[in-house]
Design a protein around this ligand. Structure first.
Ligand SMILES: Nc1nc2c(c(=O)[nH]1)N[C@H]1C(S)=C(S)[C@@H](COP(=O)(O)O)O[C@H]1N2
Ligand SMILES: [Mo]
Length: 328
């Protein structure tokens, strides 16, 4: 069973630097009102959780946070799939690498890359279990050897309204799903991240650790659903979710769970990390939709990392031709 620790209300004020870290479910109505007051104060401009990213040159002197295994050397860079094009400039690598959400390591975004050093993404296995004909434990190197790797340019949209456009290397989730042969009773997939609180400091704090996410089987079978092992033509740096993560470009970023250790096929929809923490803020489907504001901010536009350029948010993040049919 996941380990659930809920926050004492006095800690709420620390949480305000990052919108996704406000856990309303856990606060009493009284502290919720105090919280609203604090949000109002913050939006008048006083406090910011973010420092400036270091320059590309400076960044290149810091630890890369990824290594090539022998297998990696054979698969990167993978061939680009021309079906996926961007409508805007690609986000610079050193910018994407310095602004992350990875609550296992920190609640700030600008320091994850400095805090992941102790994390070991190899050796690594992914356990596939539950309602499937062929449950198995697969080594990530075996996935790299056997799965059809390709590079895809995708836009990523965080529920907090920042966005990026990056080249992922990975393979369609549906290839793995077919390989394990879901039973006819399987309707949902639950993904689980690692749980090592001695290395991931954030896991010593509250949360239903480990981080979990879910998809319907139909969503998992969509061509866009990608299991990524690389980014910018090389293995994933630790801060991006090494050695393997989900990428669901039509959904808000929190669905794209990092550093996956297991995938379980289930008959019923499971609870997930964010849905347990703040059910009034995070629903299970979490499709990008400019018409549905977050309870605390608008989703009408998004801000690109690096350039701060604003774009209108698009329904399904612009991927309607791939996924529109999933939602009737
Ligand atoms: N295990 C885990 N996966 C996670 C998160 C997290 O905190 N833990 N954050 C999510 C959120 S909110 C976003 S926006 C993306 C960010 O991915 P990036 O840091 O690689 O850009 O990762 C998602 N996957
Ligand atoms: Mo996010």
């Amino acid at each position: 069973m996941p380990h659930i620790i809920l926050p004492p209300s006095w800690r709420i004020f620390d949480r305000l630097a990052t919108p996704e870290s406000v856990y309303l479910q856990a606060v009493s109505r009284r502290s919720y009102l105090k919280l609203l007051g604090a949000v109002a104060l913050l939006s008048t401009g006083g406090v910011s959780g973010c420092s400036m990213p270091v320059s590309e040159e400076e960044f290149s002197k810091s630890p890369k946070n990824f290594e090539f295994s022998d297998v990696d050397r054979q698969v990167y860079p993978s061939s680009p799939n021309p079906e996926f094009q961007l409508d805007r400039a690609m986000t610079e690598e050193h910018i994407a690498a310095q602004y992350n959400n990875f609550y296992e390591f920190s609640e700030a975004k600008d320091d994850i890359w400095k805090r992941v050093g102790g994390f070991k993404p190899r050796p690594w296995t992914v356990k596939i279990k539950g309602l499937v004909k062929n449950p198995q434990v697969i080594d990530v190197d075996d996935l790299l050897k056997t799965m059809p790797l390709e590079e895809r340019l995708y836009r990523h949209r965080c529920v907090e309204a920042w966005a990026m456009a990056v080249p992922w290397t990975g393979f369609p989730l549906k290839v793995l799903v077919k390989k394990v042969e879901p039973l006819s009773t399987a309707r949902y997939l639950r993904f689980t991240s690692f749980h090592t609180p001695n290395i991931a400091m954030g896991q010593r704090g509250y949360g239903p650790w480990p981080y979990t996410e879910s998809l319907t089987l139909a969503e998992a079978m969509n061509d866009l659903a990608l299991l990524a092992t690389g980014i910018y033509g090389h293995p994933l740096p630790k801060q991006h979710g090494a050695p393997i993560r989900l990428v669901m470009p039509w959904k808000y970023g929190f669905k794209s769970i990092k550093s996956i250790v297991s995938i379980e096929f289930l008959a019923e929809e499971p609870a997930t990390f964010w849905n347990t923490m703040a059910p009034s803020e995070y629903d299970q489907v979490a499709n990008v939709n400019p018409g549905i504001p977050h309870p605390r901010w608008s989703q009408a536009t998004e801000r690109m990392l690096g350039t701060d350029q604003r774009f209108p948010t698009q329904l399904f993040n612009g991927y309607t031709s791939w996924v529109g049919g999933l939602y009737g």
